[in-house]
Write a protein that binds this ligand. Sequence first.
Ligand SMILES: C[S@@+](CC[C@H](N)C(=O)[O-])C[C@H]1O[C@@H](n2cnc3c(N)ncnc32)[C@H](O)[C@@H]1O
Length: 204
Amino acid sequence: MRLSEARRDLYRRLAREQGYKSRAAFKLIEADERYDIIRPGYKVIDFGAAPGGWTQVAAELAGPGGLVVALDISTIRLKEKNVVTLKLDVHDPSVVEKIGKAIGGKADVILSDLAPSVTGVWELDQTKQIDLTLRVLDLAASLLKEDGAVFCKLFEAERSQEVRDEFKRRFRSVRVVKPAASRNASSELYYYCEGLKPAAPQQG
Ligand SMILES: C[S@@+](CC[C@H](N)C(=O)[O-])C[C@H]1O[C@@H](n2cnc3c(N)ncnc32)[C@H](O)[C@@H]1O
């Protein structure tokens, strides 16, 4: 068994033992231990949330005074009281309105673990994942509080520089995170972008 497979198995077993829906939960736990991303009382949006590991972690950290709105094209089945689920595509034009209504204002933190179903054609998968992340950045302009933060996945590819430039343009601080729970061989990285800058005034 390769080391990356052994690690995957270990996190899968840990997730089962601790009642998390996915081993991905440990990526958020690790990043939060390092950067204190979600605090009690926070309003959190979780894009690409199914089956729900990150949502469970976010709901624990935000606590009963907080709220997590979890969105995915797939159904998310969770029992946590401070979670609202939406079965919706991030590209759907009603996303801002529906999340805004569910969250009642703006979010303190946006999470995104969005990834397309893999076709096997790497260039196509990369492009789709990068487009999903750029969509999250656009949604953040409407749904995130000024000074709020985004923690998101980004596939490493030629076009990822384009996204990193956008992170830097929109946030005061951008850090790259490679959680141990993230597969060894995979080219996914996570970015923690803090301090959403105020929107630039419209020209003209
Ligand atoms: C890696 S999984 C997320 C795992 C999740 N963070 C967890 O902890 O369980 C990526 C998710 O992105 C979702 N997704 C992909 N494209 C989407 C889209 N256009 N709109 C909403 N969700 C999408 C997939 O359905 C999938 O559930």
